[in-house]
Write a protein that binds this ligand. Structure first.
Ligand code: ZN
Length: 214
């Protein structure tokens, strides 16, 4: 395993580590591999919605706070470009409230997946970005920032907002209604893209506010 990590690092790929997969201290890991690393990533927020650092916003995966702190502190001291990843809309903890879950046209809820059209969730993500910004990191990598498939999202909120744009009643909106009409299908894509960008802008401005504050 040791040999493999070194080879990956020497290919200069950004490797994303999970704290739980590293069975030595951050200090020991860094002292073994730092000379092979120009950049390195660590998972900050997992798909289960938990974060690995102390947070007033998100639930905390216990037992990793010290590791995380030591990891980012050493990595900065060693001048290694440090990225922290965040799963965004895959968040089983936030999605425990079904009203935030994304939905298929037939009404099936996705229990671990948030509808990307929720301002409250954008604000929640922005708070986590701000918390991460207190650490000496160079980059936040976001995963799962979009709608999961073309058939999403048909939750009440998305239906209500989108249906009038294609002259339909919210309750009667189906995926077939969109795919049968190329103009409507294009509108669907444009509307969803705009939602995704709106969400990202909220996170981006949280990150910008930290850079400004330095
Ligand atoms: Zn929705």
């Amino acid at each position: 395993m040791k040999q493999n990590i070194r080879e990956f690092l020497m290919q200069k790929a950004l490797i994303l580590f999970r704290s739980e997969d590293i069975d030595v201290s951050a200090r020991e890991f860094m002292s073994t591999y730092a000379s092979y690393m120009q950049e390195v990533g660590i998972v900050g927020k997992e798909p289960n919605g938990h974060v690995v650092f102390p947070s007033k916003t998100a639930p905390v995966e216990e037992g990793y706070a010290e590791f995380f702190d030591e990891w980012v502190t050493l990595s900065e001291a060693l001048e290694i470009h440090t990225a922290v990843s965040m799963d965004l809309y895959t968040d089983a903890w936030f999605a425990r409230d079904p009203k935030y879950q994304t939905m298929t046209a037939s009404g099936q809820l996705m229990p671990h997946q948030i509808c990307p059209n929720r301002e409250e969730f954008w604000e929640y993500g922005a708070e986590i970005v701000k918390e991460l910004g207190a650490y000496p990191i160079d980059e936040i990598l976001l995963f799962g920032v979009g709608f999961i498939r073309d058939e999403f999202c048909f939750c009440d909120r998305c239906r209500k907002e989108f249906a009038p744009l294609v002259d339909q009643e919210p309750a009667r909106l189906t995926h077939a209604y969109l795919t049968e009409n190329p103009d409507y299908h294009d509108k669907w894509h444009e509307w969803r893209t705009e939602k995704v960008l709106q969400g990202l802008r909220v996170l981006q401005s949280a990150a910008d506010s930290l850079i400004g504050a330095e």
